[in-house]
Structures are given as structure tokens and as C-alpha cells.
Design a protein around this ligand. Structure first.
Ligand code: KIV
Ligand code: ZN
Length: 517
């Protein structure tokens, strides 16, 4: 715990912080990210399994579907408290009450800029609305969480008046939103401290990432004594997003020594689910959940990692349900290649290793990507072994029948031609099923995960597909690149199976030749 002792001296850190997850409300307000009610339910289940304390399931007033989804989530018997957002308006609070939630998050803007240009209310009118609506919600027996929207741009003495009044009206906790992300860690510490001097209920912070400071500001809130943090999975949310849940809880756990109820090992799979259902791609270099967060290419780093992963990893990837990845390219060094060759049973010979590395660098220099499968193909050539033909997609045809896609593929994997068909709601899903069906003929593989990053549908910017397959306990990551995402996913499957076959000496091999799935 790198800084724990120092921090404990400077700040009164809490033992535990409560996570108020707003992926299904503020996260869903990300432009273009509408979830179907059934998707919201899947995400709510995953959040509950992850261990968040409060799930803000939505803003019931926005639509009938939203109200129904919030109500369904509230009645699913989850461990987390279920919360609904409501403006400081009777109609919002009544709609939230109808959704059977445990908590209502009542909010009203308090900054002059919002009062003048949006609400057209005086400060006194806003104060009265906040007070009376908290009281109204409270009379109905729910837990009331109050937010002063745009708190960080509100004149502090007025903000404190509002907080004192809503506490008197019955608010159970008080939130400080940094609505447009303009706070600094210093300012957040100041505001939380001031709030705690004015009220006795738990204080929370809700930070946006317009200046890339949402996580830093949230942690500053904890340093000053905030007990609740608002966050979203993958940091999705309005504009530049909200504070990222995975980054906050990881920093609290590993750097501050402050506990949350979050099962860290579930973070990655929850992130992937939210990415898939919202369609908002996680950047490769995103902390904790990004593709590159535990990937290493450069020779120096790979050498260090092979000596001890602690050299270049602050925390082991398994802590978050992830795996380390050594990638190959022009920065590769001998150690990474050597480790891969050993893993696949090659006897390492210096000269051959040099030749393989030279070929990898040549491909890397020309801008190409080098997968594990490529390295193994190069190795089999250099070693003069029976060359294992690179896996490939021989044929893929897709048709659309009655709104469903039907894919038929032929793959060449480990010298075999295998064929399969599959259906799905889009070409990628149909091709994925077809390819899995095809490879069923040569190996008993299970799909662990997959993702497709779509490019610009040209040669220079192809779609990138990644598939993780496993046979028993051995996993392999296959990658496919093609301007057509359906071909990319199909070749990623072929590549993963190819690697699995190489690593398994006694896989279930059915006769060679052409087979239909
Ligand atoms: O950013 C914000 O101010 C909000 C409020 C509704 C809390 O999301
Ligand atoms: Zn917000």
C-alpha cells in the first residue's frame, strides 16, 4: 500500500467507502448509449454481483420503458439498494415512488448560472423547492439522497445553506456534484470539509471528467471524509464521462488501503458487459480494464516481467480477473520470444531465436501487427518443422433471411478444412457462431470472450477482432484483422483454435478433411 501511512498522517481516511453506481443513469446519458430494459436488467445483476452498494437504476420520468426497467430492477431482490433520480418536482418523486425504489436521488441546481439560464428561479425559490421536495419524498418512507447540481460552481455559503436546510427536511445523505468537471482536488477537499462542518449526514461526491480529473477529485473527496462516491463502469457518462468506478475502487484498495465492497476480480467482466451493451468502446490504454493495461511489448519490459511481474506491473492482472499479455512487434526482445517458444515446446537455439526476432522486427517495422500465431508460424519455418499452415478463412458468406443473418464459413485450421453455419442478429454474431460450429469438429473449445473494434472498413484501418477460447484450462487469444468485421471475427476464431491445438498434444482430433457443422 504505497502511500497509506503518509495519507493516514495527512487525512482521516475512512475504513470503508460506499459505492453509488450511476452507470444505468448518468452512464446511460452518454450521447448515443440507450440501453434496452433487458440490457439494464443484465447490467444491474452484474453490478450487484460486483458488490456496488447503491445502484442508481435510472430516471423514471424520462420514459415508460425506463420507469418499468427501474421498477423491475427494484423488485429483483438484489443486495444493492436501488435508487431512482428525481428532479425536485412532485411528479418526478411520485414517478420514482411508483418504481418501488429504496432510495430517491432528489436534485436541483444551485449555481447562479443554472438558476438564471435554466431554472429561472431565485436562490430563495430553489432553496424552498429543495427543502419541500426532500420533505415530500421523506414522508413516503424512502431514503433520500440530495444533490445540489453544479455544486462546485455554487457560491459556497449559499450551498451550505441549502445543505443545512435539506438535512433538516430529512435528507439522509448529501451529494456534491461537480457537474461540469471544473473542480480541482484541492477544491473538492475544501468543499467536502466545509459540508461536513455544516451537516451530520454522510457526504458524497459526483465528479465529471471534463478536465480528466474526475477520479482525482473523487479521491480528494474521500481524503476530506466523503463516505460515498458516485461512479460509472468504464467512466461512461455525459460528455467526457463520470468518474470511473474501476479506477476509484482500485486506487482506494491498493494505494489508500481503504476498503469498498467491490469484488475486484469481477471488474473486467463487468466492464466488458457494459462495453458490449452500450457500444461505447473502452480505450486500449484505459487503466485497469483497457486492452493494454497488462500488455507488454518492449524487450526491456518483457525481460523485467519475466523476471518478476512486479517490475512493470503495480498489481497482478488476476486481481481484476485479467491476464497478462506479451505482444510482439518491433520493440520485442529475445526474452519474450524465448518464453513463447518454450511454452510451445520448442528447444531454444540462439541462432534460430535471432532469425525469428529479426523477422518479427521486419514485420513490425513495416507497420504490421504480429500475433502469437505469427511468431509460431515463423518459428516452425525457421526450425524447418513440418510447417503448420497459418489458419485462415477460406470462405465466408452471409445472407439475411427474415431479419436474421445466416453465416456459412469454411476455415483452414491446422491443415484441416472445417465448415460451419450460424445465425445471429448481426453479421458478426452470425459469423462468430458459424466459426465456433466449424471448429467444434476439431477441438472441444469454449468461448471465453470476444470483442470487435471496428475500423473505417478499409485496408489501412481494418476492424480488429479478438477472441479468447479455451480447451480445459488452457486459454488462447486469437486476433483477426480485416476490413469486414465478420471476416475479422472468423479469422480470430481460427487463430485461437490454431494456437490451442499447438499447445495441446492430445486434443480430440477427428479425421482430416472437409466437415460440415
Ligand atoms: O452531474 C450532475 O450534476 C448530475 C446530477 C443529477 C447529480 O448528474
Ligand atoms: Zn452527473
Amino acid at each position: 500500500m504505497a502511500w497509506k501511512n503518509l495519507l493516514q498522517r495527512e487525512y482521516l481516511l475512512p475504513e470503508r467507502v460506499y459505492i453509488f453506481d450511476t452507470t444505468l443513469r448518468d452512464g446511460e446519458q452518454t450521447p448515443g448509449a440507450a440501453l434496452r430494459p433487458e440490457d439494464k436488467i443484465r447490467v444491474a445483476e452484474a453490478l450487484d454481483e460486483l458488490g456496488v452498494d447503491i445502484i442508481e437504476a435510472g430516471f423514471p420520468l424520462v420514459s415508460k420503458g425506463e420507469a418499468e426497467a427501474v421498477k423491475t430492477i427494484a423488485n429483483m431482490g438484489l443486495k444493492a439498494k436501488i435508487c431512482a433520480l428525481a428532479r425536485a418536482e412532485k411528479i418526478d418523486i411520485d414517478t420514482a415512488l411508483n418504481a418501488d425504489v429504496d432510495w430517491i436521488h432528489v436534485f436541483i441546481a444551485t449555481s447562479d448560472i443554472h438558476l438564471e439560464h435554466k431554472l429561472r428561479l431565485t436562490r430563495e425559490e430553489a432553496l424552498e423547492k429543495a427543502r419541500s421536495m426532500v420533505e415530500y419524498a421523506k414522508q413516503h418512507g424512502v431514503t433520500v439522497h440530495f444533490s445540489a447540481e453544479d455544486a462546485t460552481r455554487t457560491e459556497p455559503s449559499f450551498l451550505m445553506r441549502v445543505f443545512r436546510e435539506v438535512e433538516k427536511a430529512g435528507a439522509d445523505s448529501i451529494d456534491i456534484p461537480d457537474t461540469v468537471g471544473t473542480a480541482l482536488p484541492y477544491a473538492m477537499r475544501y468543499l467536502v470539509r466545509l459540508t461536513k462542518e455544516n451537516v451530520n449526514v454522510p457526504v458524497s461526491v459526483h465528479c465529471h471528467d471534463d478536465f480528466g480529473l474526475a477520479v482525482a477529485n473523487s479521491l480528494a473527496g474521500v481524503e476530506a471524509g466523503a463516505e460515498i462516491i458516485h461512479a460509472t463502469i468504464n467512466g461512461i457518462g455525459e460528455r467526457a464521462g463520470n468518474a470511473s468506478l474501476e479506477e476509484i475502487v482500485s486506487a482506494l484498495n491498493f494505494l489508500y488501503g481503504v476498503k469498498t465492497n467491490i469484488r475486484l476480480e469481477n471488474l473486467y467482466k463487468t466492464s466488458r458487459l457494459v462495453e458490449k451493451l452500450t457500444g461505447i468502446t473502452v480505450p486500449k490504454n484505459k487503466a485497469i480494464v483497457g486492452d493494454n493495461a497488462f500488455s507488454h511489448e518492449s524487450g526491456i519490459h518483457v525481460h523485467g516481467i519475466l523476471g518478476s511481474p512486479h517490475t512493470y506491473e503495480p498489481v497482478m492482472p488476476e486481481s481484476f480477473g485479467r491476464r497478462r499479455r506479451i505482444v510482439f512487434g518491433k520493440h520485442s526482445g529475445v526474452h519474450g520470444v524465448e518464453a513463447l517458444l518454450k511454452e510451445y515446446g520448442f528447444t531454444v537455439e540462439r541462432e534460430k531465436l535471432r532469425q525469428i526476432l529479426a523477422r518479427i522486427k521486419e514485420i513490425g517495422d513495416s507497420g504490421g501487427k504480429v500475433s502469437e500465431e505469427d511468431v509460431l508460424s515463423i518459428a516452425t519455418q525457421v526450425y524447418g518443422k513440418q510447417t503448420l499452415e497459418r489458419s485462415s478463412v477460406r470462405r465466408l458468406s452471409i445472407s439475411k433471411v427474415d431479419g436474421e443473418y445466416d453465416a456459412a464459413c469454411e476455415l483452414i485450421v491446422a491443415h484441416e478444412i472445417v465448415a460451419g453455419r450460424g445465425a445471429g442478429s448481426n453479421p458478426v454474431a452470425a459469423s462468430l457462431r458459424a466459426a465456433l460450429k466449424a471448429v467444434e469438429n476439431i477441438a472441444d473449445v469454449q468461448l471465453v470472450d470476444y470483442k470487435v473494434l471496428s475500423g473505417m472498413f478499409d485496408e489501412k484501418h481494418p476492424a480488429e477482432a479478438e477472441v479468447i477460447l479455451k480447451i480445459k484450462d488452457t486459454e488462447a487469444v486469437g486476433r483477426g484483422l480485416d476490413k469486414d468485421p465478420a471476416v475479422a471475427i472468423t479469422s480470430a476464431i481460427a487463430s485461437a483454435v490454431h494456437q490451442l491445438l499447438l499447445s495441446q498434444s492430445n486434443y480430440m482430433r477427428v479425421e482430416s478433411g472437409h466437415r460440415d457443422g
